[in-house]
Design a protein around this ligand. Structure first.
Ligand code: FA5
Length: 341
C-alpha cells in the first residue's frame, strides 16, 4: 500500500457525497463506492497484512473508524430518504418526536387555589397584602398593644428599616384583614392567602416560612354559628365528609371568643405520634369573632356590625390530606416528591 493510502479515506468528502445523495438508489451506489468490497476502504483493509508490524494497528484503527463513521452517515441519510420516497414529499421528523416534561403547580399552590375556589363559590373575594408589614397592621390594630405578652408568641422577624421594630415580616395573614377593613365598607366576605414568617425552629410541622389562608366576614348579624358552619364547609370540601375535627376554646387578642380548629392526626389515627406531639390532634388554625376593639380601630361600628375571622396553616392541609411529613418536604424541591401531585 502506498504511504499516503490513508489520505484517501477522506471523511469530509464522504459526508458531502452522502448529503448530496437524493435517492435511495444513489445512496446504495455510494455505499458500494465508500465501504463496499471494491471500495478504497476495502483496499486499505486488504493491504494491512503486508504492512510492517508497527503500521498494522495504526492503519487498522483508522480504517475501522472511517468505515463506522461512513456507515452511520449512510444509515442516517437512508432514514431521511425512506419517507421522502414513500410519500413523495419531505416530512420534518425533527419536531414532535421528543416528549417534553411539563411542570405543574406546587402542592401548596394547588391547595391555595382549591380553597380559593371553595370560598369564591360561597361569595367571597380573594385579597392579598404585603409580606413586609408595619407594626400597626401586624399587631397594634389587631389589639396587640406594645409589650403585650401575646406578641412574644409570634416570634417576629424584624426588618432593619425605619424606627426600630416597626417594620417586620408578617407573622400571620391577619394584617390583611386590617387592610381590607380599612379600605372597604361592610358587608365584607374575603379570604386572604399568603406567605408568612416566624423566627421558629424547623420541626415536623413548623417551618420559619409557611403559608396561611385568612378568612373574614363582616356583616349585620354574623354569629359564631356562621363561623362554625363556614369552617365545616371548607374543611369538608378539602378533606371530605368523613373528617374528624374539633373546635376548642383558645385566645387571640383580636377575636373574642376565640377557638382553635384541629383534625385527628392522620399519621397515627389519633393515637399520638411525633408529628402531632403525642396529642392525637393537629391544629389547622385559629378563629373567632372579631373583637369590637379591632372594629373601632378600623372605623367600623361594632354596634351595627359583627364578624368572624380565621387563619389556617396552608401546608398543614395537604400534609394531612396526603400524609406528607415533615413540613420541609414542601420546600426540599425533590422532583420525586413534586411529580406525585
Ligand atoms: C394565627 O396566626 C392567627 N392569626 C390565626 C387567627 C386568624 C386567629 C383570625 C383568629 C382569627 P396561629 O399562630 O395559631 O394563629 O397560627 C395559625 C395556624 O398557622 C396554625 O394553626 C398552623 O396551622 C399554622 N402555623 C403557625 N405557625 C406555623 C409554622 N411555624 N409552620 C407551619 N404552620 C404554622
Amino acid at each position: 500500500m502506498p504511504a499516503d493510502a490513508l489520505a484517501e479515506l477522506d471523511l469530509d468528502a464522504a459526508r458531502a457525497a452522502v448529503g448530496a445523495a437524493g435517492t435511495l438508489d444513489e445512496l446504495e451506489d455510494l455505499r458500494k463506492r465508500l465501504v463496499g468490497k471494491q471500495s478504497v476502504a476495502a483496499r486499505v483493509k486488504q493491504s494491512i497484512k503486508d504492512l510492517p508490524a508497527d503500521r498494522k494497528p495504526v492503519v487498522g484503527k483508522a480504517v475501522s473508524e472511517y468505515t463506522a463513521a461512513v456507515t452511520t452517515l449512510l444509515d442516517e441519510r437512508h432514514a431521511d430518504l425512506v419517507p421522502v420516497e414513500a410519500t413523495g414529499t419531505a416530512l420534518d421528523l425533527t419536531l414532535g418526536g421528543h416528549g417534553r416534561m411539563r411542570g405543574h403547580l406546587h402542592l401548596v399552590t394547588q391547595c391555595r387555589r382549591e380553597l380559593e375556589d371553595v370560598f369564591v363559590s360561597l361569595g367571597y373575594r380573594v385579597e392579598e397584602g404585603p409580606e413586609v408589614e408595619d407594626d400597626w397592621h401586624n399587631f397594634e390594630a389587631l389589639n396587640f398593644p406594645p409589650g403585650h405578652p401575646a406578641r412574644a408568641m409570634q416570634d417576629t422577624l424584624y426588618v432593619n428599616l425605619g424606627e426600630p421594630e416597626q417594620v417586620l415580616l408578617r407573622t400571620h395573614t391577619s394584617p390583611v384583614q386590617v387592610r381590607v377593613m380599612e379600605t372597604q365598607k361592610p358587608p365584607i366576605y374575603s379570604v386572604m392567602p399568603g406567605r408568612t414568617y416566624r423566627n421558629e425552629t424547623l420541626d415536623a410541622r413548623h417551618s420559619p416560612v409557611f403559608h396561611q389562608i385568612e378568612g373574614l366576614a363582616v356583616d349585620r348579624g354574623i354569629t359564631f354559628g356562621d363561623l362554625a358552619g363556614t369552617l365545616e364547609a371548607f374543611t369538608s370540601a378539602y378533606f371530605g365528609k368523613q373528617l374528624q375535627s374539633r373546635l376548642i376554646p383558645s385566645f387571640f387578642p383580636f377575636t373574642e371568643p376565640s377557638a382553635e380548629f384541629s383534625i385527628t392526626c392522620v399519621f397515627c389515627d389519633g393515637a399520638g405520634c411525633r408529628v402531632c406531639s403525642k396529642t392525637g390532634w393537629i391544629e389547622l388554625g385559629g378563629c373567632g369573632m372579631v373583637d369590637p376593639n379591632v372594629f373601632r380601630k378600623v372605623g367600623i361600628d361594632p354596634e351595627e356590625y359583627s364578624g368572624f375571622a380565621f387563619g389556617f396553616g396552608l401546608e398543614r392541609m395537604p400534609m394531612l390530606r396526603y400524609g406528607v411529613e415533615p413540613i420541609k418536604t414542601f420546600f426540599d424541591n425533590d422532583i420525586r416528591f413534586l411529580t406525585q401531585y
